[in-house]
Ligand binder design. Structure first.
Ligand code: FES
Ligand code: FE
Length: 445
């Protein structure tokens, strides 16, 4: 019941979605429908743990940045006690945004409308002419609205707006094992290399989330121009060695053997970086993963956080460098999303490497990124076909790859990590599972 409840038509639609997915199909309505969009905000973004930033963005008491959960704007602040808070950026007096800077450092936020003041922990702290205006205000209940749960894992900060949330570690589940490998190779860890890049993409947010959970198949086609101009090696060849890992909860990864030739490098990091890693921090299975020369090339944590870890030469003749970026698909209505991209660097790495890695990241994935242009052009088809009166009648998108069990898309035997690993990327099981999780989240009360 309540504001987020779905009417019968939507319930019927979602059970059709689940039946379709079992057959490897999906209605394109999911990529533009305004009712579905509203339901996502009410039932996914208020229930799931959603990424809101990296601890390195707010290292000191008073630091804050503006962030979003779904389409709601929040202040992510480190309070005077060093605790991380996520505060709705709307005054409880008349709803004015209390903070208008994208980032900064302050102990208090003062609302511009009538001047109410809040601590950076969210507590009510004062109002102009208080003695005349508010003799008996119950100040304890008139603080800024606060996310009931904020927690971090390997430096990644998530918030959940549902008071009854499961703990973050339980929500992430087996993804923690892989996050240790990507971000936890030493005590110092990674940091955001500056502020996230942000730009609007004319596509539905789910196209990005679904792509990064398993779509390695598009690389040989959508990104073939990079091979044509000599900046990437044989794409078909590197694809043929990649595979999927499917996790519970709609999370999933694309795993790649090392992309660079040097046999001793850890996850494509050169010796001057790899020598700063402390692999004793990892478990035996995680070390075996690295010793097998595997790396994570991409993942999606349900609903809308993804990772890219790849290599790029930023110009012909320049050696390729490994880069890492977190990216988030932020809904902005059903037909567009805001893409946020955080290039990440190692605190322990030489500055020259971090600079080259950052440049590789911006070259590949950013508002001007060469991969990014390819992806965001093709994703425009979602809203187009979603709003097409003709397509809405009965068109289905095909999600059947690997479903017949006849291709070489099989369970990988003896996988050293958690989750179900496949033998190749020529299947769409991760994508179907992501959509299955999405439909279940929308259908649940
Ligand atoms: Fe904030 Fe009135 S709206 S003080
Ligand atoms: Fe791509």
């Amino acid at each position: 019941g309540g504001y987020g409840s779905l009417n019968g038509t939507m319930q019927t639609f979602l059970s059709e979605v689940q039946k379709d997915l079992a057959q490897g199909m999906l209605s394109p309505r999911v990529l533009n429908d305004p009712d579905i969009h509203r339901a996502e905000l009410d039932r996914i973004f208020t229930k799931c743990w959603v990424f809101v930033g990296h601890v390195s963005e707010i290292p000191s008491p008073g630091d804050y940045v503006l962030r979003y959960v779904g389409e709601d704007q929040f202040i992510l602040a480190r309070d005077e006690q060093g605790e991380i808070q996520l505060l709705l950026n709307n005054c409880v007096h008349r709803a004015s945004p209390v903070c208008r800077a994208e980032k900064g450092n302050t102990s208090h936020f003062r609302c511009p409308y009538h001047g109410w003041i809040y601590k950076n922990s969210g507590e009510w702290n004062g109002a102009p002419y208080r003695a005349k205006a508010y003799r008996t205000l119950d100040t304890a209940r008139w603080g800024l609205r606060k996310a009931p749960h904020v927690d971090s894992y390997q430096g990644l900060v998530f918030a959940c707006l549902d008071p009854d949330a499961v703990p973050l570690r339980e929500y992430l589940g087996d993804m923690c094992w892989y996050l240790d490998i990507v971000f936890g190779l030493n005590e110092q860890g990674m940091r955001a290399a500056g502020d996230p890049h942000r730009w609007i993409v004319p596509a539905n947010w789910k196209s990005g989330a679904e792509n990064f959970v398993g779509d390695a198949y598009h690389v040989q086609s959508a990104h073939s121009s990079l091979e044509d101009i000599g900046l990437l090696p044989d794409l078909g060849e590197s694809l043929s060695t990649q595979f999927h890992v499917a996790l519970e909860g709609g999370h999933g990864l694309i795993i790649t053997p090392n992309l660079l030739p040097e046999p001793l490098w850890v996850m494509d990091y050169p010796p001057e970086v790899a020598s700063t890693f402390d692999l004793a921090r990892l478990g035996a299975g995680q070390r075996e993963f690295l010793e097998s020369r595997y790396g994570v090339v991409g993942f999606t944590i349900f609903p809308n956080l993804s990772l890219i870890r790849a290599v790029a030469s930023t110009e012909r003749g320049r050696p390729p460098v490994c880069f890492t970026a977190l990216r988030q698909w932020q809904p902005r209505g059903p037909e567009q999303f805001e893409l946020w991209n955080w290039p990440m660097v190692w605190n322990s790495a030489p500055p020259e490497f971090n600079q080259a890695s950052y440049e590789g990241s911006v070259f590949g994935f950013s508002p001007s990124g060469v991969f990014e242009q390819d992806d965001t052009v093709v994703w425009r088809g979602g809203p187009m076909v979603g709003r097409s009166a003709f397509a809405r009648q009965d068109m289905k998108l095909n999600f059947q790859m690997g479903l017949d069990g006849m291709s070489d898309y099989k369970p990988r035997p003896d996988w050293m990590g958690p989750g179900e690993a496949s033998t190749s990327v020529y299947g769409e099981s991760n994508q179907r599972r992501w959509w299955q999780r999405w439909s279940e989240a929308l259908a649940s009360s």
